[in-house]
Ligand binder design. Structure first.
Ligand SMILES: Nc1ncnc2c1ncn2[C@@H]1O[C@H](COP(=O)(O)OP(=O)(O)O)[C@@H](O)[C@H]1O
Ligand SMILES: [Mg+2]
Length: 576
């Protein structure tokens, strides 16, 4: 067993620690189950020697009583064992899943652009699911069958150690195919789970991109790639099933050598009078009864390998350290006045710098428009202020605090963002607007919607504010979605407002209205607005022209127009 596997066992054990009480109860019950099995094997001897061979009629009546009594005892203990250990396993897995989800939420934006949403979903649902099923089997069978096996072994040696020694010479042989099979199962489970991850990713992408698929008529192509991935999954599963199915027969064949030797030698000893018939049968009964636990234990070991394969995928995510988290001595930012400054900021998503030596000072309440060709780095600047990403060089300050030295929670409380992706939850309009301030009253929600010029169209929807807007707001137009996002930001009431192409989907008429709303909103707030519309840009206190991650020009509209720079070119292309 290598170090990382040992580590996985240790971590799984740690999750089961809070439920040791249940596990111990189950252990006691397992001991009783194993004890009844061993007693049954043991009782074969007096049954044959004292009752049948000795023809003792008086004792015959005890036989059914003993059989039923033992069965009831075994049944009851089995229930206790199974119920307690399975619930313990389930509870541990619930904890793992909660931790995994909580941890996933805490990961930074960078992680989400590397691992696909579908794959993450699959880790949280499918891999933890495998862990859950395997853990239950392992715990139930592993414990009980080990006890039974130990009991029966002791009985066999106690009855006749020579015979037992013969029977057990072959057992070590079973370990060899066992460990080979186990390794194969772990490997293929891992591969299978990663194809399940791909399947989930495909599902997630194609279902959310169904419109594109319909528009381009690529249903068949998507169906084919799904089939292909699904086939790949079968390919790995088939291997898991093959090795899993082979393990019991392998054990059976190997142990038949032992049984054959025992029969041969045992019968000789009975015939020569060195052993009673009862002793031999009791011995053989014990050996045959060992079959079941040995076979189950090889299944258990297979299951452990499957669980380890899945657990690796789970712990892989749990081990990712969020790049962006609270610094050790992070302070609470409080409510800021809204002074923002970028100081020599360099940033790269991968290797290539997309922001270069960016320095910019924004006074409280100022409105700054970021303009420039697409890909110039506007959204990146906005994202860095929200600490989606931290700069590689330089620093960003709000009210003089380096934003890496304040708590994330207090930073976010000071920022309201309307992003170019107008994301809404599949919930009522009311709850979507309320999202950034759960304690807001209904009146405040309506007021925010009115300011965003969303109230009118909301009232025309069936159920108005209670209207559920479908997956990601699919039942609304782009402009309507944007207005709801703006209402959400208005309600948030934060001193710093970030608008990343927040009005791009609006038609001219509603844009004019929303513009009015936004200028109300911008009052007394520091605003960074990424915009393509002249109306927004013209009223900005400062226009920052960004190209290739560098500031080309800064100034007011009229001043920049006088110059002969990039702004003027952009202006002439877009608005003339
Ligand atoms: N998540 C990301 N990972 C890698 N590169 C990215 C990512 N997001 C944006 N980029 C790249 O960074 C550059 C700036 O992008 P962005 O800030 O979105 O520009 P803008 O908003 O001005 O159009 C572009 O070259 C883009 O390809
Ligand atoms: Mg952008």
């Amino acid at each position: 067993m290598n170090k990382s596997t040992a580590n996985i066992y240790r971590r799984i054990y740690r999750y089961s620690q809070p439920y040791l009480g249940r596990i111990c109860t189950a252990l006691v019950a397992s001991l009783i189950v194993a004890g009844t099995d061993v007693s049954l094997a043991k009782l074969v001897q007096p049954l044959i020697d004292k009752i049948i061979v000795a023809q003792n009629m008086a004792l015959v009546n005890f036989v059914p009583v003993a059989v039923i009594g033992l069965a009831i005892l075994k049944g009851a203990s089995r229930f206790v064992q199974e119920y307690f250990i399975k619930t313990a396993g389930q509870l541990a897995v619930v904890d793992i899943r909660n931790d995994l989800y909580g941890h996933t939420m805490s990961l930074s934006m960078g992680y989400f652009s590397r691992d696909s949403t579908g794959n993450l979903m699959s880790r949280i649902l499918n891999d933890v699911g495998i862990l859950q099923r395997s853990a239950a089997d392992v715990l139930v069978d592993g414990v009980r069958e080990s006890f039974t096996l130990v009991g029966l072994t002791v009985l066999a040696f106690h009855n006749d150690w020579k015979l037992a020694a013969i029977a057990f010479t072959v057992l070590p042989l079973a370990v060899v195919p066992g460990s080979f099979i186990g390794r194969k199962i772990k490997l293929n489970t891992r591969r299978g789970q990663s194809t399940i991850g791909n399947l989930t990713r495909l599902l997630q992408e194609t279902l959310s991109g169904i419109k594109v698929i319909k528009a381009f008529g690529t249903e068949q192509r998507e169906t084919d790639s799904f089939r292909q991935e699904n086939q790949k999954f079968y390919h790995f599963m088939r291997k898991v099933l093959k090795y899993d199915s082979a393990s019991a027969p392998a054990v059976e064949i190997l142990s038949s050598f032992g049984v054959a030797a025992v029969c041969w030698y045992g019968i000789h000893r009975v015939l020569s009078g060195a052993m009673t018939q009862g002793e031999l049968f009791s011995f053989i009964a014990a050996i045959l009864m060992m079959y079941t636990p040995v076979k189950r234990l090889t299944k258990v070991s297979n299951n452990i390998q499957r669980a380890v394969g899945a657990a690796e995928r789970v712990f892989e995510v749990l081990d990712v350290v969020p790049e962006i988290c609270d610094a050790p001595q992070a302070v609470d930012l409080g409510k800021v006045s809204g002074e923002v400054s970028f100081d020599g900021v360099d940033f790269a998503y991968d290797k290539e710098l997309v922001i270069r030596a960016l320095s910019l000072k924004i006074a409280p309440g100022e409105v700054v428009a970021l303009v420039g060709p697409s890909g110039g780095g506007k959204s990146t600047v906005v994202g860095m202020l929200s600490r989606f990403y931290d700069p590689q060089q330089g620093a960003i300050y709000i009210d003089g605090h380096d934003i890496r030295q304040v708590t994330l929670a207090s930073l976010k409380r000071n920022i309201a963002l309307v992003d170019q992706e107008t994301f809404l939850f599949n919930d009522s309009i009311r709850n979507n607007i309320r999202y950034g301030r759960p304690e807001a009253t209904d009146a405040e929600i309506i007021e925010a919607a009115r300011q965003a010029y969303a109230d009118d169209f909301i009232r025309e929807l069936p159920g108005d504010y209670e209207n559920t807007i479908g997956d990601r707001g699919a039942r609304l137009s782009g402009g309507q979605r944007q207005r709801i996002c703006i209402a959400r930001a208005i309600l948030r009431d934060a001193p710093i407002l970030l608008l990343d192409e927040a009005t791009s989907a609006l038609d001219t008429e509603s844009e004019a209205m929303v513009q009015k709303a936004l200028s109300n909103l911008m009052k007394n707030r520091t605003t960074i607005v990424v915009a393509h519309r002249l109306s927004t840009i013209m009223h900005a206190d400062k226009i920052v022209v960004l190209e290739n991650g560098q500031i080309q020009e800064v100034g007011r509209h009229a001043d920049l127009l006088k110059g002969n720079g990039l702004y003027r070119k952009l202006y002439e292309m877009q608005f003339k």
